[in-house]
Ligand binder design. Sequence first.
Ligand code: HEM
Length: 401
Amino acid sequence: MTGNAQELWTPACRADPRPLYARMRQEARVVRLVEPIQQMPFWLVSRYADVVPLMRDGRLAKDPRKLGEQGRSRFLRFTHEGLARHMLNADPPDHTRLRALVSQAFTPRRVEALRSRVTTLATGLLEAAIARGSVDFIDAFAFPLPVIVIAELLGLPPEDRHPFRDWTRALLVPPADGDPEPVMAASQSFVRYFTTLLERRRTAPGDDLVSAMLAAEEQGDRLRPDELIGMLFLLLVAGHETTVNLLGSGLLALLEHPEQLERLRAERGLMDSAVQELLRYCSPVEMSTARFTVEPTEVCGQVIPAEEMVLAGLMSANHDPEVFAEPERLDVGRTPNKHVALGFGIHYCLGAPLARLEAAVAFELLLERAPRVRLAVAPERLEWRKSAVIRGLEQLPVTFA
Ligand code: HEM
């Protein structure tokens, strides 16, 4: 590639990675990169036409246990064993079994039933934010809303929520010096927390997902104890670190495109399509999670050695002009809109209906109750998170006056 693909992690590229992805798509179907903090090498596929088949390529594994000793320890160096046994790290038949255990809780119908609770929570948060005049939208709204919703769904006591943010942060953005210690400490905290919670729920079951999963575990071979903890961990982290960025980056995108905001205000029927477009445009999960080669495997015309990681460039695919007309244009009425922001294939986002509901409720309320919401700082001063996997703003200062 001309230029340096490693620039993916520079602040300028974090602020806007689209020019780099445009170059990648033009020059190579797959590039090898080294993640600078953990020094983890991986292959990145950037074109939409390659990303979709990659996400359902059965030759690649999700389960790190399929790797040899060396590959496994390289990949799991920053992952606590006690949290690693979840569906996003599993292939069929384990994946099918694990996903089936919780999929009923996330069907569009079950999620729709949460609309009024989500609206009540979102209204409370937004009113409190408006009363303060100006706030960091991430801290005051975009972060707490999805966290409270997933915590309620799982049945976690409200007083327990406080430390989760620091733990998930430590896990997803390891320290710049590559020291695995804080990651392991945060993982230990999660394992300890879940173990105690499960003990409590075992003696006093409630009407929540944790109790339902415990019942499945007690029925025998359906869910093992480490899988139960892995499941809770995955749902909690997915509920923490993704929707927050759809809400934050989505609001920024609308504020930067006032004509689209006005169009949405005038045509509320466009809300579902606007949420899809914000998913595409913002791509809160910039790259997929890892898939592994178990043996040397040809991917996009390149033979990738065994035990290497291959990632799908979701944001890159979502801005591929071969598929999306004028991809850099935000168009709240875009149809068709076959974005891959929520993945593709058997690992397609389980929480998709919930994420879309939360975003639709949030943007409806913002249109209704905060018609004068605007950025409180110049856009160039906004800071983006350093991760090239989770794409989101550190803060989003706004004023409501
Ligand atoms: C805007 C918000 C969200 C985005 C952009 C998003 C994105 C994604 C993506 C791209 C994947 C596939 C990853 C891959 O194949 O490598 C995925 C999987 C998953 N997501 Fe989400 N997600 C969001 C919200 C949520 C929420 C709220 C939940 C929790 C309830 C959730 C739970 C999951 C789970 C459990 C999987 C794994 C599914 C499987 O392995 O079968 N997600 N998500």
